[in-house]
Design a protein around this ligand. Sequence first.
Ligand code: GLV
Length: 309
Amino acid sequence: MSILIVNNSRWLNFWLDALKESRPDLKVHVYPYDGPPEEIEFAISWNHPLGAFKQFPNLRCIASTGAGVDHILRDPELPAGVQLTRVVDEDLTNDMATFTTTLVLSHVRGLFSYKVAEATQRWEPKTYQRPKDVKVGVMGVGVLGTETGRQLKALGFNVQGWAKSTKNIESIPVFAGDAGLADFLATSNILICLLPLTKETANILNKTTLSKLPKGAYVINVARGEHLVDADLLEMIDSEHIAGASLDVFRTEPLPEEHPFWAHPKISITPHIASITNPASAVRQILANYDRLKQQKPLLNLVSLTKGY
Ligand code: GLV
């Protein structure tokens, strides 16, 4: 049994090094692979070319190197019976929470608008908002959303969450489902999207939902580009219903040069770096699952193929 790594990103070598360091004796192949396909039972993957896995008849587990698995599930040709796992890691969780709280603080203290003023040497002091007067709505209260909420609360923000179904999270009120969405949106001064990408959540940030936010609300998307209808956000910002947005994820990445988000003074862009898996730390749980698969034990951090998270 050997491991196939399918990852055409710049992080490939970090993963190879981490695997080699943890298990020097392990057989690790890199896709594209032209050895005997039946040898591959375990794959580690990020943004694989669609259809890449269908050639491996014995593939039993695909481990996402990130928190999300939408990049795997969008492949209609996954081998039957394959199990999917994702990374649930302290560094990944804390990195996401510190990044989103940085964005929230930057917005309430006006740092994004001072950056724009600085470019034209304008000295324009403005009043600012204090955390106790701001309510942050976190859409998606899984591991990342819950920690984000917890850190924002510790900074003094009012925090509420929204989830597909009812959830009890200590000291964070959670609105649930379609029935709770309008009230959640109407009271969120800052909206953070941390939802998994599924059929139900694609395009969830659209004209209808964004217009339910209070006037002057700020939008942060650190989940997936497909959650947001780009043209609807631009329209809502240009009509001044939405004050601005910080976006880390996009429908096409890298964000194409000609995309109107780049030049928009009220949109701040980062290149999908909110939370990058630390291979040195996450490789431990991936190898633990490799061992569990061999020993026919239940895998850790399993994803439901029907729910998509
Ligand atoms: C990053 O986008 C991840 O899913 O970990």
